[in-house]
Structures are given as structure tokens and as C-alpha cells.
Design a protein around this ligand. Structure first.
Ligand SMILES: Nc1nc2c(ncn2[C@@H]2O[C@H](COP(=O)(O)OP(=O)(O)OP(=O)(O)O)[C@@H](O)[C@H]2O)c(=O)[nH]1
Ligand SMILES: [Mg+2]
Length: 301
């Protein structure tokens, strides 16, 4: 194990810059859910990249945001804890929007203080003209003394290997931290809940996706056919009228969410899935510490 390198890399940045897309692209499988809406990720998601002579443990974090409810605070706390735990910080910005005030504040409030090796990743370069990349790199060097700046497209898989090799150079010498066959640490129930939540994010709008939390109550193999998984999940919403929207006309919305989740889970888990979704109103679930812990949203205290 001489010369082996291993360490933690926190993937941070404001909402919607493509952190989860990048994690999935690096690991090569869907570990973290993705959506076009901000504030998709609510928990720290770990993905292990095994490469020659090294192991990189990536921590996908929720977008850093402002908010008063306990959910938002817990979510941001988990992002900050990941930054603090990490050996290396990988900050993402979006090429098309360039540096926003929010991005600058993240540098100021969370990154500059820590003095850890920090790699700036300029994501979504597929959305801008090539000749705009260099000026953006130039601007970035004036904002903070990043150790490296790597332009990529997480969605189109551009420059991902270059990014991995760059990260590798900053890893400390260490024996492997995870067994060779492990790529994540997310418990199955939480993973299934995330996939269901992703379908809610895709199909609902305005405040509805943010009103929903998913609790997977049970996952059971068939007694005779072990290739079938029976899954029961609760969708908690904040208000009675949200319940109506999630269920939809004659149950159409719930059917759509259920069918999409089932299809994807069948592919991801390579099993046949029987999925039962139940919608329940739980006012102020975002303030319910016990429930937040049960849902995996409070990973700190
Ligand atoms: N064109 C383009 N779109 C991208 C790229 N990377 C991510 N996206 C899109 O950006 C949106 C947000 O992606 P996510 O990966 O969910 O972003 P995130 O930073 O994890 O967002 P939060 O979890 O809400 O903080 C999705 O619609 C992605 O498909 C990219 O390289 N190019
Ligand atoms: Mg995310």
C-alpha cells in the first residue's frame, strides 16, 4: 500500500450548479438525485471513486442557501460539516451565469477561512462559447487564489478525467478508506426515498416539491420470488391542498410519480418493484426534529 493516496473531497456550491450531476458523472452511476429545480439535494451523499493507486471519496452536498426553517438549517449545516471534514474542497460555479453574488459569498464565508486545497470547477461549459472560458478563468483567479481551476461539463462528460487527475494530486497519502467494491454509504431505504423524491421534483411545481418529504417505511423481498421488492413509502406534505395536488385528478399525479420511480428503481436495483405510495399531511414537518432525523435530513446532532 505504499504510495497509495486517499481522502475526502467536498463538492460545494450554490443550488443548481450541477454538483449532483458531477458526482454521478465521476462515479459513473446514479448515486445522487438531480433536477432542474434548485434545492434538490437535502443530505450529504457519498460516492467513492476507485482509481489506480488512489481512492477519492466525494461528498455531494446540498446547495448553500439562506432559510429559517429547521430543514434548511440542517441541510446547510450538513454542507458546512462536509467542507470541514474534507481534505480538499471542490467548488462549482456555472459557466453560463458566471460569478454571482451568492458564489462570492460562499468563497468568503466558507472557503477562504479554511485554507484547504481548493479546486474551482467551472461547470456547464457546453452552454457557452469556447472563447468565453479563458476570460472566466481569468476572472476567477482574481476572486480567490484557487489551487486549480478546471472547466468541465458534468452533463456532457467533458474534462472529467482531467478533473479526477487534478484532484488525485492533492490527496494525502493514506491507505484505502473503503472496500474496493463500495461506491456509496447511503442506506437502501434512503436511496429509494431519494429516487421517489426526484420524480416528485420533476412532476410538480412552485412550492409543491419543497413541501414533500419521502419516508420509505418498508422494503421487503418476495417470500417466494426474491427478485421482487415490495416497497411502502409515505409522502409527507405540509398542507391539505398539497395532498390534493400530489394525488392529482383521480390519482393521476401519484400514479405518474409512482410509475416513474418504479421504472427507475427496477433499472437501478435490478429487481422487479411493487411500489405503494401513501400521501400524508404533516404540517410543519420541516420543523419536526424527530422526523427530520428519521428522514436522514438531520445528520449533525
Ligand atoms: N447544460 C448542462 N446542464 C447541466 C450540467 N450539469 C448539470 N446540469 C443541469 O443542471 C441542473 C441542476 O443539476 P444538479 O446536479 O441537480 O445541481 P445541484 O448543484 O446538485 O443542485 P442542488 O442539489 O439543488 O444544490 C440539472 O437540470 C442538470 O441536468 C452541465 O454540465 N451542462
Ligand atoms: Mg444536488
Amino acid at each position: 500500500m505504499e504510495n497509495f493516496r486517499a481522502g475526502f473531497v467536498a463538492i460545494v456550491g450554490r443550488s443548481n450548479v450541477g454538483k449532483s450531476t458531477l458526482l454521478n458523472s465521476i462515479i459513473g452511476t446514479k448515486i445522487s438525485i438531480v433536477s432542474p429545480k434548485p434545492q434538490t439535494t437535502r443530505i450529504r451523499i457519498l460516492g467513492v471513486k476507485h482509481i489506480k493507486d488512489a481512492q477519492i471519496v466525494f461528498l455531494d452536498t446540498p446547495g448553500i442557501q439562506r432559510g429559517k426553517d429547521l430543514l434548511t438549517k440542517s441541510v446547510v449545516e450538513s454542507a458546512v460539516a462536509s467542507i470541514e471534514d474534507a481534505d480538499i474542497v471542490m467548488m462549482l460555479i456555472e459557466a453560463d451565469s458566471g460569478w454571482t453574488n451568492e458564489d462570492r459569498q460562499i468563497v468568503q464565508n466558507y472557503i477562504a477561512k479554511l485554507k484547504k486545497p481548493t479546486i474551482l470547477v467551472i461547470n456547464k461549459i457546453d452552454k457557452i462559447q469556447r472563447d468565453l472560458v479563458l476570460p472566466l478563468i481569468d476572472e476567477s483567479t482574481k476572486i480567490y487564489s484557487f489551487d486549480e481551476i478546471v472547466p468541465i461539463s458534468a452533463l456532457k462528460n467533458i474534462n472529467i478525467d482531467e478533473l479526477i487527475n487534478t484532484v488525485k494530486r492533492y490527496l494525502p497519502e493514506s491507505p484505502p478508506l473503503f472496500p474496493e467494491d463500495q461506491t456509496t454509504d447511503i442506506p437502501l431505504k434512503l436511496y429509494i426515498g431519494e429516487i421517489i423524491r426526484e420524480k416528485v421534483f420533476f412532476n410538480t411545481h412552485e412550492e409543491i416539491p419543497y413541501s414533500v418529504a419521502v419516508e420509505v417505511e418498508s422494503v421487503r423481498e418476495g417470500d417466494i420470488n426474491k427478485d421482487i421488492l415490495f416497497i411502502d413509502a409515505n409522502l409527507y406534505v405540509e398542507k391539505e391542498n398539497h395532498k390534493g395536488i400530489i394525488i392529482g385528478k383521480k390519482g393521476s399525479m401519484l400514479k405518474k410519480v409512482g410509475a416513474q420511480a418504479r421504472q427507475e428503481l427496477e433499472l437501478l436495483l435490478n429487481k422487479r418493484i411493487v411500489l405503494n405510495l401513501h400521501v400524508k399531511v404533516k404540517e410543519r414537518w420541516k420543523e419536526d426534529l424527530k422526523l427530520l432525523r428519521l428522514l436522514g435530513y438531520n445528520q449533525i446532532s
